[in-house]
Design a protein around this ligand. Structure first.
Ligand code: GTP
Ligand code: MG
Length: 259
């Protein structure tokens, strides 16, 4: 009975918080699960502040209001992308930095209800820290934190992959490339298997643990918003970002057997 009562709580919370209008606009979600059951599930992982929420919102064609792109999501975020052809994906965004909810979210996506694929988000040492974060925020320390975070996630992915009877895919999404546009190729190289970097060593270890046939690994550049402000530049940046998102989505579709 637990799921039904928690669903009821959510429904009550929604109508109290948002009034009748928002309860109405949420209504399709209540039978949407019948359709969503067929969509491949995708875990979105990565350390806090790298841009997971923002990426999932863009992929799900959900406009992020400013308040939803605050660093430090406290719970697992669920997003669904439905394409025109009736295909789609269900995204599960694992909070990057919240001990209790993070661990249960990792258990859910990699063990209890194992996902079909993983988008592991990295930002080449450009993660945004919370305003009150006491920790060191040099680029080196943020890169080290990304590496540590990936090490933990990679172990979870490996143990899931060896248990599954179908192959699992991993796409390492190198985001915020708008912040290091001259070094994108070097960053992609740093995260790529076999490149000899500390991160690559972890990717190589993951591949040998999981077995090449059970796990595919891609590395793709991305940015989901740009710091530029002037009209023409902004239009150009938005178009380029939309193109990168389309490419990522096509690759996910390919890996999921949609095409
Ligand atoms: N310049 C730039 N900023 C970005 C990009 N993607 C995300 N950001 C910003 O980076 C910050 C963190 O993004 P989030 O999506 O909240 O990060 P998160 O990974 O969900 O973080 P947690 O919820 O703490 O795990 C936000 O202020 C975003 O606006 C990007 O591609 N380029
Ligand atoms: Mg978040």
């Amino acid at each position: 009975m637990a799921p039904a009562s928690s669903a009821a709580r959510v429904a009550i919370g929604t109508s109290l918080a948002g009034g009748a209008l928002s309860a109405l606009s949420n209504a399709p979600l209540q039978f949407g699960h019948l359709l969503r059951g067929r969509f491949p599930t995708v875990a979105v992982t990565g350390m806090t502040g790298v841009g997971k929420t923002r990426l999932a919102d863009r992929l799900a064609r959900r406009a992020s209001v400013e308040s939803t792109v605050d660093v430090g999501s406290a719970t697992m975020e669920r997003r669904t992308r439905k394409t025109a052809k009736g295909r789609g994906f269900r995204f599960r965004v694992v909070p990057g930095d919240n001990a209790a909810t993070r661990l249960s979210a990792l258990d859910e996506v990699f063990h209890d209800d194992p996902v079909d694929g993983v988008l592991h988000v990295v930002a080449n040492g450009h993660a945004t820290r919370r305003a009150n974060a006491a920790t060191d925020t040099t680029r080196e320390s943020l890169l080290a934190a990304e590496l540590e975070d990936f090490t933990i996630t990679a172990h979870r992915i490996a143990s899931m992959a060896v248990r599954r009877d179908k192959p699992v895919w991993l796409i390492i999404v190198v985001t915020k490339t708008d912040l290091f546009s001259d070094d994108v190729a070097a960053a992609v190289h740093y995260y790529s298997p076999g490149s000899g970097s500390p991160f690559a060593a972890k990717v190589d270890e993951l591949r040998s643990l999981a077995g090449g046939a059970r796990l595919s690994v891609d590395v793709v550049p991305m940015y989901t918003e740009a710091q530029t402000s002037t009209g023409k530049e902004k239009k150009h940046a938005e178009r380029a970002s939309a193109h990168l998102l389309d490419r990522l989505e096509s690759r996910m579709a390919q890996l999921s057997g949609h095409v």
